[in-house]
Design a protein around this ligand. Structure first.
Ligand SMILES: [Zn+2]
Length: 113
């Protein structure tokens, strides 16, 4: 894959991750509002437990999506600085196939071991 294609791949990757973070954030907000509504209710609601576990699951997904977003942002900053695709450890060019598989990669496969 040519460098320009790899760069486009990284930017698309970042857009997808950002969209995922927004989506999960919106779901969390909606769920938080639902839960708050339930707490105002004095009666015990059997759905409360389900909502809690759903909330924990979403919180976990959001946390990992945010971590992915941080990695994507860092990769785009390297791209803008002209350092994208250079291994942070051995300073050699990372083989394109490795970047294609994982656009946010900072080290070549050999250095990641
Ligand atoms: Zn390396």
């Amino acid at each position: 894959m040519a460098p320009e294609q790899l760069h486009a791949l990284l930017r698309r990757h970042q857009e997808r991750i950002d969209a995922r973070v927004s989506e999960l954030t919106a779901e969390m907000d909606a769920l938080t509002r639902t839960r708050r509504g339930e707490f105002d209710d004095d009666e015990h609601d059997p759905e409360g437990a389900t909502l809690s576990s759903q909330w924990s699951m979403l919180a976990g997904l959001l946390e990992s999506a945010r971590e992915d977003a941080r990695q994507a942002d860092a990769a785009v900053r390297r791209l803008d600085a002209g350092e994208y695709g250079i291994c942070a450890a051995c300073h050699r060019a990372i083989p394109p196939a490795q970047l294609e598989a994982r656009p946010v990669r900072q080290r070549c496969v050999a250095c990641s071991r």
